[in-house]
Design a protein around this ligand. Structure first.
Ligand SMILES: [Zn+2]
Length: 512
């Protein structure tokens, strides 16, 4: 719904905005998305997009502070004042992205591939240009012009196991941060990003070495790179050459900062083996090998006991093994270390509910949906509301969860129909009239749900031979399975035609 509203408001402003000067390039261009929409979208989507990609990296908070410091140095020389923000995502995939409005992240997995502060500045400067020069906003506009509701279409994030579970508006930006920028946008982001580097006191040549590394890596077909940074920012020898030309024209007296970068990032470099163990453990768990996963989790915890992800991996293993108390102990520790990631609350909530700790379990699920609304959490919150007889709340949760094409989403949809069909049978059952050979009225009843419906009744309004308006209610004796249509004789007639005949489904229920 939100997307449609956003679309309408964007289209309405076509007449208001029209031509605008791009603050970065100075070029005149047609701008459909107003700045306020860019900023609102970025602000609203920043948290859920970070959550779905892995949550913020908080284990060594000085590293995120350092990234923010470098980012703000570059933002300060930007041609466009936006509410810039920078964060580090706790994920090993080498990636970085910018949302419209200047909301930027870099993954922990990319930080460990960089060699200097100037290379970090090259990454952040490049992302700043994508936001400042409206590259993401233009992508939205292109999508709107080409296919209308493009934002509503592919909401899933490719990098995350939660991509398909996210519901509501929270998945909107996932498409923006995984869309592939055009060749021109990449060249523009490099060119102006290097200008910003020089202005902020960095040696812009770092953008050359970085791009060379990327070209080399892209030839290696490493899937984490191809699914991460390279999916949205394709590297090319053309970019290397263009960066060389740009650097030749710019001030090269700025800092490279290799030593400072190594010092600042030292704790993260030291944790490399811990993260490898966590990633291997996660993979083993997905492959159905919990014992192997557990040995990886224990190894990771020995290497870095302060990483919440490692505790949560052990919790996920215990949850799968139905060792709920152990799982809760692990999630408690994860939440103590990082209380800002939805996954820990969602999983602890599910474990607590298994042990009938309803109040705390529900509170955990509620916390998880504030950080990121997911179908599994919404579906269970619906069940809990229903258990206490609050059908209004239950319907709301189920309807939210039903937006996801996942197991939980389908279960929620089933529960929603079950609850809502008795109240609104005509929403799920359709009625059509026809005449038989003797001109008596036929009624066709169709069940558009995927469940068996019983106790169906409908009304027929018609004028009798005396011109008198009459209404009768008729019962359908059969049960209709999901998707089934059936035609019934009503015994009413004969009629000349179907004019003045109306009817409505007034009753129905889901078979137990
Ligand atoms: Zn790019």
């Amino acid at each position: 719904m939100r997307i449609k509203l956003l679309m309408v408001s964007i289209l309405l402003t076509i007449w208001l905005s029209g031509c605008a000067v791009n603050p970065v390039t100075g070029k005149n261009e047609f701008a459909l998305v107003p700045e306020s929409t860019e900023i609102n979208l970025g602000t609203e989507q920043y948290l859920p997009t970070r959550q779905v990609q892995g949550g913020d990296y908080t284990t060594h908070p000085q590293i995120a502070s350092y990234v923010k410091e470098v980012g703000q140095k570059l933002a300060a020389v930007s041609d466009r004042k936006l509410p810039y923000e920078f964060n580090v995502i706790n994920d090993s995939t080498p990636n970085a992205w910018a949302l419209p409005g200047g909301k930027i992240v870099v993954n922990r997995g990319l930080l460990v591939e960089l060699k200097s502060e100037a290379e970090l500045a090259a990454v952040l400067g490049h992302e700043i240009i994508h936001a400042a020069a409206r590259h993401g906003a233009k992508g939205m506009e292109r999508g709107m012009l080409l296919q209308g509701a493009v934002l509503a279409a592919g909401m899933a994030s490719q990098n995350s196991e939660y991509g398909s579970l996210v519901v509501g508006g929270a998945g909107v930006a996932a498409q923006l941060v995984t869309q592939k920028y055009s060749r021109n946008a990449e060249l523009e982001a490099d060119l102006y990003g290097m200008n910003y580097m020089a202005k902020a006191g960095y040696d812009p040549a770092a953008a050359i070495s970085l791009q060379e590394t990327f070209v080399r890596l892209s030839e290696g077909q490493d899937s984490s790179w191809l699914n991460g940074l390279f999916a949205s920012h394709p590297p090319s020898p053309e970019r290397v050459a263009a960066n060389r030309e740009t650097a030749a024209k710019l001030n090269r007296n700025g800092i490279v900062g290799e030593k400072r970068y190594r010092q600042m990032l030292a704790p993260l470099f030291a944790d490399a083996a811990a993260y490898r163990a966590i990633d291997d453990g996660r993979k083993a768990l997905q492959e159905g090998a919990p014992e192997r996963a557990l040995s990886f989790a224990n190894q990771a915890l020995k290497l870095q006991p302060k990483e919440a992800l490692a505790h949560s991996l052990r919790g996920d293993i215990r949850l799968q093994q139905k060792r709920y108390s152990d799982a809760i102990t692990n999630y408690d520790r994860a939440v103590q270390l990082n209380d800002e990631y939805f996954h820990y609350y969602l999983q602890r909530g599910l474990a607590r509910l298994e042990l009938k700790d309803t109040a705390n379990g529900e509170a955990d699920l509620q916390k998880s949906v504030i950080l990121l609304p997911t179908a599994p959490a919404m579906n269970v919150l619906g069940n809990l509301s229903l258990d206490r007889g609050d059908t209004v709340a239950a319907k709301k949760f189920y309807a939210a969860a039903a937006g996801s094409d996942s197991v939980a989403g389908k279960a929620a949809n089933q529960s929603l129909v079950k609850l809502d069909l008795p109240d609104n049978p005509s929403k799920y059952l359709q009625l059509k009239f026809g005449l038989d050979k003797s001109n008596y009225l036929l009624a066709q009843v169709s069940n558009s749900t995927n469940q068996t419906v019983v106790d169906i009744a409908y009304t027929v309004q018609f004028k009798d031979v005396n011109g008198q308006l009459r209404q009768v209610q008729l019962q359908v004796r059969d049960q209709l399975s999901g998707g089934q249509s059936q035609v019934y004789s009503t015994g009413i007639g004969p009629f000349v035609d179907l004019k003045n005949i109306a009817g409505k489904i007034v009753q129905g229920g889901i078979a137990e």
